[in-house]
Design a protein around this ligand. Structure first.
Ligand SMILES: [Zn+2]
Length: 235
């Protein structure tokens, strides 16, 4: 561990599942009884904005009732105590990393608690509902949508993510299915640049063979154990 200075962590739905936040990719492909293509695509929003806004209003309300778990808390401790570079790239749109205290967090799929104004292209903190078409706090237009990257849209801040992967000494994927690109390809990007690669997941992911090392079990157990190891090796 002595030669590791720069850590990039990719976190996915598996880390929030133990806080009670369910995901798309559970069996059947249904999410709260909706098909993905009915609620999480730009086409769905164009076709039936009320359905999509109501769905995200429900999700936004639900995540605010959830609490960070031991895995989020362990990563926040790593963020606070790690002496080198660190970036938590999350696919999650909840704010549980931040509520656990992590600061170096990048939301590649956006955030439930932001509203994006498509008229003036600003993001505003948002905890309430959007179904009633409230005005944008910046420009006053009624053009707010959830600031969540839908299927068919480009993930955010990819240049920053690839730059971090190029510099990484250690790449750790936590609670991701390994099925959704581009995130599923990060392990190969990191490896090509010489990073050590580690998977922490409930079970072997679809991409598990790309990792040099893998540990399987509940995130609330294996993530704190790994963080303890990394911090004690660094001290
Ligand atoms: Zn606006």
């Amino acid at each position: 561990m002595k030669d590791i200075r720069n850590i990039v962590i990719l976190s996915g739905a598996g880390i929030s599942a133990e806080s009670g936040i369910d995901t798309f990719r559970s069996e059947g492909g249904l999410w709260e009884r909706h098909r993905v293509e009915d609620v999480a695509t730009p086409e769905a929003f164009a076709r039936d904005p009320d359905l999509v806004l109501r769905f995200y209003d429900m999700r936004r309300a639900a995540i605010q009732t959830k609490e960070p778990n031991a895995a989020h808390l362990a990563l926040a401790r790593l963020d606070a105590e790690w002496p080198g570079e660190l970036l938590i790239v999350t696919q999650n749109v909840d704010n549980l990393h931040e509520r656990a205290g992590a600061e170096r967090v990048l939301h590649m799929h956006g955030e439930h608690l932001l509203a994006w104004c498509t008229a003036c292209d600003t993001r505003s903190p948002w905890t309430g509902t959007l179904i009633e078409r409230p005005p944008c706090p910046v420009c006053g237009e009624r053009a707010l949508r959830p600031d969540v990257v839908w299927f068919g849209e480009m993930p955010y801040r990819m240049d920053e993510i690839y730059a971090a992967l190029r510099e990484a000494d250690l790449f750790v994927s936590i609670g991701t299915s390994g099925a959704v690109y581009p995130a599923a390809g990060f392990v190969r990007n990191a490896r090509e640049m010489g990073a050590h690669t580690l998977e922490l997941n409930l079970e072997p992911s679809k991409g598990t063979r790309w990792f040099e090392e893998a540990r399987h079990g509940p995130a609330t157990q294996i993530v704190p154990a790994w963080v303890d190891e990394v911090l004690s090796a660094a001290s």
